[in-house]
Design a protein around this ligand. Structure first.
Ligand code: ATP
Ligand code: MG
Length: 442
């Protein structure tokens, strides 16, 4: 196993020398045993927060109610938490009472999954009372103790379970899976921000597709439009999955960013509401982009998404199935309407969408072409926003234009320049503006 970082060893040994026990604990032990680099290291100790603070003069109490102290050693900071047990979870999320304990085993018993309930001492001793190492080897997520009770205490663990399944590619143990499904409605007790965070974690995992396919009913508690998509047929030659199957594969095919993965999750949720069937029995989904965009707006708002991400996702959903412009002027208009970052994201969305249908090399080629053209237009300095024009508002005001007529004239000039009907040169643009003014007053 990869050794603990030197600063962490110093921290653990300082606590031990003062007569306390201390361990690296939780996710970092799991990751070290899997030979991956932990995101951070948490420490659990028998020392009270006051005792820890007296040993490390610079330490800051960051969560005293839960017994957490942050200790900085050299460039590294560690959260050091006193061994604790928890009791009573009236709100299905937070313990009503937290009690300090002297035993690491008691502390491990309150943790969510066996693979997260292991501790490692400075001299390399592994404390593993619940078979975490074996579950890690088998690739299994299993609740510590009675699964039903654990999910009932804290419903967020249901989403944590899916997030770990998606990240690690682990299966969920049978009793844990049954309890998770049985208790899923308790997710209504969880703060929307936390649901969003865990769902994002799920979507960004390497195994998101499998998790979405196996457990649609769980995110459906806060995204109810998922359920009608499950098994909903798409009888069109270019599709090979039902709507939910297509969505799950499209999520996994998208680059791992929050905006893109949420866009794929939401992009077709409106389909069941828009389905019509023609005489040949083929399904059509006219208007599904607008309906999906409205669903996206409603659900992302409820999940307290920040405005910028929300607007971007809604925009991408609302145009995902439109033909991508493959001419300079069409592309300039797209840039004017969405900006370069969103245009780039739209290409990624269309690639992911295509990847989740019957393979079609023409679609791939088209998107390669779109990508090239987009880069070429951006590099060429072709104007695609009013600010790029060789004239500005002051120039037009000097010609005698006033108020809204100025903005309108600039937009018209931009249109003509984008079409290639006018060069982006000051004299030509001023002359055209003068003609527009005369026409307006004639
Ligand atoms: P990550 O690598 O994503 O940080 P992690 O396992 O470290 O994963 P954290 O959310 O950082 O997860 O939590 C640290 C540890 O605290 C977990 O490994 C687990 O032992 C415990 N834990 C966290 N949240 C809960 C919870 N809701 N219920 C029970 N134990 C929890
Ligand atoms: Mg962690």
């Amino acid at each position: 196993m990869t050794p603990l970082p030197p600063t962490l060893l110093t921290l653990l040994r300082t606590l031990e020398s003062a007569g306390h026990s201390a361990y690296a604990v939780g996710g970092c032990v799991r990751d070290l045993l899997r030979r991956t680099v932990p995101q951070d290291y948490d420490v659990a100790t028998s020392a009270t927060p006051e005792e820890t603070m007296s040993l490390f003069p610079g330490a800051v109490a960051t969560g005293l109610r839960h017994g957490t102290v942050t200790v900085k050693i050299g460039p590294d900071a560690y959260e050091v938490t006193t061994f604790r047990t928890e009791g009573g979870y009236a709100d299905h999320r937070h313990p009503d009472a937290v009690r300090f304990t002297g035993r690491i085993e008691d502390d491990l018993a309150r943790r969510d999954f066996t693979v997260n309930a292991m501790a490692l001492s400075a001299d390399g001793r592994l404390i593993d009372p619940f078979g975490g190492q074996e579950d890690l080897q088998k690739g299994v997520l299993r609740c510590v103790g009675d699964a039903d009770a654990r999910f009932s205490e804290d419903a967020l663990r249901i989403m944590r379970c899916l997030r770990f399944a998606s990240r690690l590619g682990f299966a969920v143990a049978e009793d844990t899976e049954k309890a998770m499904l049985r208790r899923r409605e308790d997710l209504r007790f969880i703060a929307p921000e936390r649901l969003r965070q865990e769902m994002t974690g799920l979507l960004l995992g390497d195994h998101a597709c499998g998790v979405l396919l196996r457990y649609p009913a769980i995110p459906a508690v806060f995204l109810p439009e998922i359920l009608p998509c499950v098994g909903f047929p798409q009888r069109i030659p270019r599709h090979r999955y039902d709507v939910w199957g297509h969505i799950a594969h499209a999520v996994a095919a998208a680059p791992k960013t929050e905006v893109l993965r949420w866009t794929m999750l939401l992009h077709d949720l409106g389909k069941p509401l828009c389905c019509t069937e023609d005489d040949d029995g083929r399904t059509h989904f006219y208007g599904h982009m607008e309906v999906s965009a409205a669903i996206a707006r409603q659900r992302l708002t409820a999940l307290r998404f920040d405005k910028a991400s929300l607007e971007r996702i809604v925009t991408l959903v609302s145009v995902h199935d439109k033909a991508f412009p493959l001419t300079d002027s069409g592309l300039c208009r797209l840039l004017r309407d969405m900006g370069p970052e969103a245009a780039q994201q739209l290409i990624a969305v269309k690639r992911a969408d295509a990847a989740a249908k019957v393979p079609d090399p023409r679609r791939v080629q088209e998107m390669d072409e779109a990508e090239e053209l987009l880069q070429a237009v951006l590099a060429s300095g072709r104007p695609w926003q009013v600010g790029h024009l060789a004239v500005n508002g002051a120039d037009l005001t000097a010609l005698g234009l006033r108020g809204p007529a100025v903005g309108e004239a600039l937009r018209t000039l931009l249109d003509r320049v984008m079409d290639g009907a006018l060069p982006n040169e000051k004299t030509a643009l001023l002359a055209a503006a003068q003609r527009m003014k005369c026409a307006a007053f004639s």
